[in-house]
Design a protein around this ligand. Structure first.
Ligand SMILES: *Cc1c(COP(=O)(O)O)cnc(C)c1O
Length: 419
């Protein structure tokens, strides 16, 4: 088996040969490698080549692949049956752990993906406030539910207002540039009594990493309080990543509702939304807002998620951040020596090195980066054994399984890149 022939075959069976668009590697003018095995910080493709991973399944595997405690928990759970469709203890155990790390999530509901978490949180915000409009930021990605597919980030960034979403559905979606508090003030001035919520990535990860500027999150908190709208933090990437307690811990701003995904499932399909008890009690069967799921609270996924969160409590976030700062700054120096203009954004164990001569604070600036330079960098890094996200507008992630030697090898690979 080789990646090239597998990709050819895959394209006869799946659109673009993939089950999620970015995996096709179009934005780096390449074809994907097919992965056969993953352990610790490494991936192996079907041809036996080893890579140092900086994608980690787009975020979930912060402990590295096949963390022994997580694997053991999942194996044990499977031996008790893979799905019940009835309550199980694992749901309580995971919810308690989440509540411990993110106290603003007084009550929560498990689902099976980040997409489900955000679409349910939006429905709840609308049901709770009795309002339809909501504010979303250009270049923020909240999964692929219809209402969010207006100027979304990630793979959706290149398909603005995707076909298949009726205009009426996104007519309630009010858009603003990220970090533009004045634009949000204007939206509230115009239609404040119709706005159910503001939803955002408290540090954006789907237009490259874009950090909130000073006062932005607090400003949104104040506006929501002033107009009786809910503030929703989509922490699907940032949860357990920017800090153990997510972006809300790191920046000290408390949202009304939080959505989680990625890390929370330890590599299994889990999403979660939650927040103030009084709001969450509007969900069925206590309240009238409907949401359900056949595999929600799946016992294997709960066990893997719980093992992941427990392991994270022994992990040294500060040490990983320090290493991430050192690695990313050194990458920047290497690129600059090669005559490239780069701008670095970094927080916790996430960073994006933009091929840009200006700071990136929103989607417009992210969109102006040099995609060709990133493609060249990506292709040669892959050839040198480094697996990066196949698009310049994504984050790179470090993980607790990376060693100093891995970082040294990564820098060596970067030194060899030719533009
Ligand atoms: C990945 C992501 C989602 C969607 O999660 P899925 O599990 O892919 O459905 C939602 N919001 C953010 C911020 C994400 O990064």
């Amino acid at each position: 088996m080789d990646s090239k022939s597998l990709f050819a075959k895959a394209q006869t069976l799946m659109p673009g040969g993939v089950n999620s668009p970015l995996r096709a590697c179009k934005y780096v003018n390449s074809e994907p490698v097919f992965i056969e095995n993953a352990k610790g910080a490494y991936l192996w493709d079907v041809e036996g080549r080893q890579y140092i991973d900086y994608v980690f399944s787009w975020g979930p595997q912060i402990l590295g692949h096949q963390d022994p405690a997580v694997s053991e928990a999942a194996h044990k759970a499977i031996d008790h049956g893979s799905s019940y469709g009835a309550p199980c203890y694992g749901e309580i155990a995971l919810a308690e752990e989440i509540n411990k790390l993110i106290p603003s999530m007084e009550m929560m509901r498990m689902v099976s993906s980040g997409t489900e978490a955000t679409m349910s949180a939006l429905r709840l915000a609308r049901g709770y406030t009795g309002r339809n409009k909501f504010v979303k930021f250009i270049g923020n990605y909240h999964g692929h539910a219809d209402a969010f597919l207006a100027a979304a980030g990630s793979a959706a960034a290149v398909v603005p207002g995707t076909p298949g979403v009726p205009e009426e559905v996104t007519s309630h979606t009010l858009l603003a540039q990220y970090n533009d508090l004045d634009a949000v003030k204007e939206l509230f001035k115009e239609s404040g009594d119709e706005i159910a919520c503001v939803i955002l990535e408290p540090a954006a990860g789907n237009m490259g990493l874009v950090l909130p500027t000073d006062g932005f999150l607090q400003g949104l908190r104040d506006l929501c309080d002033q107009y009786g709208a809910l503030l929703i933090f989509d922490e699907v990437i940032t949860g357990f990543r920017l800090a153990r307690g997510g972006a809300q811990e790191r920046y000290g701003i408390t949202p009304d509702l939080t959505t989680l995904g990625k890390i929370i499932g330890g590599g299994f399909p889990v999403g979660c939304y939650g927040g103030k008890r009084e709001i969450m009690e509007h969900m069925a069967p206590v309240g009238g807002v409907f949401q359900a799921g056949t595999l929600s609270g799946n016992p294997v996924a709960m066990a893997a998620g719980l093992a992941t969160l427990k392991r994270l409590q022994e992990c040294d976030y500060e040490a990983l951040e320090k290493k991430t700062i050192a690695l990313s700054n050194e990458l920047v120096s290497i690129m600059k020596e090669k005559g490239q203009s780069v701008y670095l954004a970094q927080a916790g164990s996430a960073f994006t090195m933009y091929f840009s001569d200006k700071p990136v604070t929103n989607m417009v600036e992210s969109g102006q980066c040099n995609a060709d330079a990133y493609a060249t960098y990506w292709q040669q890094m892959l050839a040198n054994g480094i697996y990066l996200a196949p698009a310049g507008f994504e984050c790179s992630f470090t993980c607790f399984a990376h060693t100093d030697e891995d970082f040294e090898k990564t820098l060596e690979a970067a030194r060899k890149v030719q533009f």
